[in-house]
Ligand binder design. Sequence first.
Ligand SMILES: [Zn+2]
Length: 88
Amino acid sequence: MTPTMIATLTILTAIVVYGLLCWVAPFGKHHRCRGTGVRRTLLLRRMTTCRGCKGSGRKRRWGRAAYAQLRQIAHDAARAKAARERQP
Ligand SMILES: [Zn+2]
C-alpha cells in the first residue's frame, strides 16, 4: 500500500463513519451550553436559557443539516418541474 492510498482510505473511512453518525444520531450536544440548555449571563452570572439551542441542549450536526438542505433543494426542484409540466 502506498501512502497516498492509505491517506485516501483514511479520509473515505472518516467520511463514511461521520455519515453513519449523522444517520444514527442526527443531534449532538450544543457546544456553548455543553448540552445543559442553560448558560450563565456574562455580567451578572445569572442562569438563563441558551439562545443557540433554545434550551434543548441539542444541536443538529452539520452533516445532517447539509443533507436536509440538499433534500430540500431536490424537493423544490421536483415541485418546480411538476408545476412547469402542469401548465400548458
Ligand atoms: Zn445550548
